[in-house]
Design a protein. Structure first.
Length: 528
């Protein structure tokens, strides 16, 4: 028995040793052509072929040396670069349990003579009125081989407009830039410009809702921002941070290891057919994309990376495929900016969040913040009842009377979830329901037809589980005018008829349905 136990321990030890030796290390030096060590050079390991998904990054120390530990065994492309040097590249093979040494030689280039100009302008709304306190940025454009192309340092100038909507940047390095302006719940705009030596470049930026579309579904929308977002070109270095559930991508455009923009690549398993790949930490990249939201850092929905297609502008930006079961298809999600009062209700220990955009104490949207225990980890919090809030999110059209906003940003400076991140959406969101299909397990669906109506309206609802259902109709002043039901219903589809008093004129009515832990409110218009 002892022999068997000893053999088992030996086998466990050998398996542990084999696992431990599945990685190796890579070390070396980065020098210039005079054999001087180069401090702060960037070293990246990028895997060849399939089977390897990890990228590795290090920077040289004060002696020009670097060490990368726990590198998965396999073949890699090793790259070293630093500003004002031509990069060096080589191929290496990392062997399990061994150190692979590689040395780089970078050829210095003559630093360019830096020359400057100025940029000034004004930010207005669509009616021509100046906008004060708008954020204005000048960002080096991507793809310029001299100013901001991949591997080159970018520039980021920013300030806020004065009371008259004007701004002025002094000492702007010459080159091609994107000038961007934004203000919460006002809008975005961007223009390209070129700064010339000793000259002033003027630019006017106009903020307003973009892509305003018609109403969708049965909810009250007003105007909303569609997916015709302001397109920008950016270049810099990727900052990649992974946590237990997802990987976050940022862009550092001026080489100071600080995130200047957040990058949204969609769901983690999305990959385009173009061959484009998500960047590794420290990679030099060139991005084109659409601005969304007002958070700090501001988010860019990625359209291309390093000249390769990632996603097509104008498609629903909620992602590139539904995830998590019951989550929305991307083409059913469009960008929306909305502001109003939060309506927070409690039903059977479950909290429901709504948004009242026209301040009539009636919910116009359902707000989806995810499951009760979801926390974005950045200090953002769910609103309290009656709070004045601004929301940037993904608008989901569905059969429910109230449309759903998947919350991306709340109150301008706090991000709730990345656009396209459909992990842990809750409750389940339904985009279509077929009467012959099984009903969703946790969602009440309701609508009314015809709408407007005369003389009667049908209030239809689907409940996933049998139980008591209450259906009440109110007038625009909040007075109850009909109690259509307060009784037991079986699971499935049901319809009730509402006929207002014929002696009244045209009017607006609201129905409220409470079924188990779910509740919904809808609007009906009676036309005399």
């Amino acid at each position: 028995m002892r022999k068997i136990y000893f053999l088992a321990l030996v086998m466990v030890f050998m398996a542990t040793l084999a696992f431990a030796q599945a990685t190796g290390t890579v070390s070396g030096m980065v020098r210039d052509t005079l054999d001087n060590p180069i401090i702060g050079a960037s070293v990246n390991l990028m895997p060849f072929g399939g089977g390897h998904h990890d990228y590795y990054h290090a920077s040289t120390d004060s002696t020009g040396a670097f060490l990368i530990e726990d590198v998965e065994a396999g073949s890699y492309r090793a790259v070293a670069n630093k500003r004002y040097y031509n990069g060096d590249i080589d191929s290496i093979v990392v062997i399990a349990g061994q150190n692979t040494e590689i040395n780089f030689v970078l050829v210095p280039v003559t630093p360019p003579v830096i020359e400057y100009g100025t940029v000034s302008g004004v930010v207005r709304d669509t009616l021509g009125m100046p906008i004060d306190s708008a954020r204005v940025q000048l960002v080096t454009r991507g793809g310029d081989p001299h100013h901001g192309g991949p591997g080159h340092r970018g520039h980021n100038y920013h300030m806020y407009t004065g009371a008259d909507g004007t701004f002025a940047f002094d000492s702007v390095e010459v080159g091609a830039y994107t000038a961007m302006a934004s203000k919460v719940m006002v809008g975005h705009d961007a223009e390209t410009l070129t700064v010339a030596v000793g000259q002033n470049t003027e630019v006017e930026l106009v903020l307003g809702p973009r892509g305003n579309g018609p109403h969708h579904g049965g909810g009250h929308h007003g105007g909303h921002q569609g997916d015709t977002m302001v397109v920008v070109e950016l270049t810099g270095w990727a900052i990649v941070i992974a946590d237990s559930e997802r990987t976050h991508y940022y862009l550092d455009i001026d080489g100071n290891d600080t995130a200047d923009f957040r990058l949204s690549f969609g769901p983690p398993d999305y990959n385009p057919n173009s061959g484009a790949q998500r960047p590794a930490d420290g990679d030099s990249i060139w991005i084109t994309g659409g601005l969304i939201g007002y958070g700090t850092p501001q988010t860019v929905i990625v359209y291309t990376i390093n000249g390769l297609f990632w996603r097509q502008p104008g498609r629903g930006h909620g992602g590139h495929g539904g995830h998590g079961g019951g989550c929305p298809h991307p083409d059913s999600v469009t960008a929306i900016e909305a502001a109003g009062l939060a309506i927070v209700t409690e039903t059977n220990n479950r909290t429901h969040y709504y948004l009242d955009t026209d301040y009539d104490a009636v919910a116009d949207y359902i707000l989806n913040f995810g499951p009760p225990d979801y926390d974005p980890g950045n200090g953002a919090t769910r609103p309290a009842n009656g709070d004045s809030i601004s929301i940037v999110g993904g608008l989901l059209d569905g059969p429910n009377t109230l449309d759903v906003i998947i919350v991306y940003e709340i109150n301008g400076l706090q991000w709730w979830r990345d656009p396209g991140d459909t992990i842990n959406l809750w409750p389940k969101i339904v985009t279509s329901v077929d009467d012959n299909e099984a009903l969703p397990s946790t969602y009440l669906i309701a609508n009314s037809y015809p709408n407007p109506f005369n003389p009667s309206a049908i209030i239809a609802f689907d409940i996933p589980n049998a139980g008591n259902v209450r259906v009440v109709v109110y007038d625009i002043l909040g007075k109850q005018v009909a109690n259509l039901a307060d009784r037991y219903f079986s699971a499935g589809h049901h319809e009730l008829q509402f006929t207002p008093a014929q002696q009244i004129g045209s009017a607006v009515y609201f129905y409220r349905i409470i079924a188990g832990e779910e509740a919904t409110v809808g609007k009906m218009i009676f036309l005399k």
